[in-house]
Design a protein around this ligand. Structure first.
Ligand code: ZN
Ligand code: ZN
Length: 292
């Protein structure tokens, strides 16, 4: 992380979804359109490769990066929102991590008691959890554990990044990138309506693009309070209040098939329409590219 404040070159800003599912991978014919992989989103901003989370979607991202790099070294930053399985489980299958000459910087928080590196090491213990030990990874991998609020603002190359704690059991970080096209906010694993809402509202205020956890519908969330996820109705309400320009529903529930997600998207659009909001609403789907 540097403190350079030079302007960000945003030509070619690209956001690509590699995993949009919450909790557990859900492959199969009923999830083929939105995809069944857990959280992994790639951001190409200011010449940097920034990846948020290493859910099962990161396996396919690894393959794509190897193809693109054609044998040249790969350097990227992996932002880890938190250490729940669905946000780290793909890392042992991330091929670039095995290759000498590649550089991976992992930045995250909320990983006590093991620390950020400990979390990644423990899921590759070489015995009980995974047969291959972390130590065999050939890439140069370094970890920066965000310990304090004073570290919530940092830079990746020339890209300004901001972190914000969410309402989630065990803790979780949302991340925002400042771009010439506006603020891009990733807010997954956040339970809407909690005591932290004013801070979250300020964090996403005026976002050009908001990717937000909308795992449950209005009925489901009533029996799942405290599980740390959002509901469609509350997320739409939050995004309208924050005057977000575009909202992507994210962290889809494993029990919601493609048709159900279509219906939830339709419901979200109707809510925004009824509220007179001009916000564009989409539902995140694997292999979708967003170009700003
Ligand atoms: Zn999750
Ligand atoms: Zn979680």
């Amino acid at each position: 992380m540097s403190n350079d404040s030079s302007p960000v070159d945003l030509q070619g800003t690209l956001i690509r979804f590699w995993g949009v599912r919450g909790s557990i991978p859900t492959p199969g014919p009923s999830t083929v359109r939105y995809g069944g992989n857990t959280t992994c989103v790639e951001f190409r901003i200011g010449g940097e490769i920034i990846v948020i989370d290493a859910g099962s979607g990161i396996r396919s991202l690894g393959g794509a990066l190897l193809k693109e790099s054609a044998g040249n070294p790969i350097a990227l930053t992996l932002l880890n929102t938190h250490a729940h399985w669905d946000h780290i489980q793909g890392f042992p299958f991330f091929a670039p991590a095995f290759i000498k000459g590649n550089r991976i910087r992992v930045i995250g928080g909320n990983s006590q008691p093991y620390g950020l590196k400990g979390v990644f090491e423990k899921q590759m213990d070489g015995t009980r959890c995974f047969p291959v030990p972390f130590a065999v990874l050939g890439a140069e991998i370094d970890f920066h554990h965000i310990e304090e609020e004073s570290e919530y603002q940092f830079q990746i190359g020339s890209v300004k990044v901001e972190a914000c704690p969410t309402s989630h059991p065990g803790g979780c970080l949302a991340f925002a990138f400042e771009t010439n096209h506006g603020r891009v906010v990733f807010l997954s694993d956040h339970e809407t309506g909690g005591a932290d809402e004013p801070r979250i509202l300020e964090f996403i205020n005026g976002a050009r693009l908001l990717i937000a956890d909308a795992q449950y519908d209005a009925a489901e969330i009533t029996s799942r309070r405290g599980w740390g996820h959002g509901s469609t109705d509350e997320v739409v309400d939050l995004a309208i209040k924050a005057k977000a320009k575009e909202l992507y529903l994210f962290h889809h529930d494993p029990t919601h098939d493609d048709d159900r997600l279509d219906a939830m998207l339709g419901h979200a659009r109707a809510l925004a329409n009824n509220a007179g909001a001009e916000m564009v609403i989409q539902s995140a789907a694997e292999s979708t590219d967003i170009r700003l």
